[in-house]
Design a binder for this molecule. Sequence first.
Ligand code: 13P
Ligand code: SF4
Length: 303
Amino acid sequence: MDVENIEEEIRRLKEEKNAIILAHNYQRGEIQDIADLLGDSLGLSMEVAKTDADMIVFCGVSFMAETAKILSPDKKVLQPSLGAGCELANKITAQDVKVLKQKYPDARVVSYVNTTADVKAESDVCCTSANAVNVVRNIESDRVIFIPDRNLASFVRSSVDKEVIPWDGGYCYVHENITKEEVLKAREKYPDALLLVHPECNPSVIYEADEVLSTGGMVGFVKGSVGRRFLIGTEEGIIYRLQKENPGKEFYPVGDKKVCWDMKMTTLKDVYLCLLDERYEISLPEGIIDSAKRALEAMLRYT
Ligand code: 13P
Ligand code: SF4
């Protein structure tokens, strides 16, 4: 089947099954084009909580599809590409969280949404890169265990007057690969460009930034900015969306393009087969769904 026919079949199956396609901002361009909703982790979670579709096709990585299932347990949630995971999410287990809770019994646990469902189930509140600072600020405790991203933990700590206990082994290889040297070179090449970076970047990169934003925050910032050139310090997929939505503006990655390979696993053919065969369905134990839902709903309240 050629691309146009696949797209047409996807649209037909979507209608027939009352399905909605959600895609993260790092997805391939052709997936972004076919999506009903495109966004960051927070935006997509909020859409999931209110959609009346019967079926959710989640083009992203597994913690995102699991989050959709937790927020909408009665819906059929499908992930087109079975193996697409997040290396950061795999850096901490529910057992690790139990140990941290024993070590710091008076602290509350804030877990980044980039975690497995069992880690969320052990947490008091979840957060995303868009609301991490607000969640930690608003939680009723001056001592917070923040897992698993150490760079996001450090960013939150610099913005909030509370004790923030990080998980040292947690980082995202895509963002950790953006270096201060690359930033300085890019600044030299494009001196008039604004530097937007994701809070998963290393503190030395964050220090150089004009704005520290979630991917959804970058989309909103660029739209409202009078700036014409932007240096983008995050996964390269978002540049497709930024270019498409802002034809008069220019976007450059910081250094080499940084790619999250799991985010790139999903193809149009996967989406088509996912709708046709209703594969691969996310299923989670009921007890985990209940506890993780409590932490995610608390996040939506604290945002
Ligand atoms: P956003 O929620 O900002 O889109 O980030 C998700 C992510 O995985 C960043 O690496
Ligand atoms: Fe996970 Fe990093 Fe990929 Fe985001 S970019 S999904 S944090 S591995």
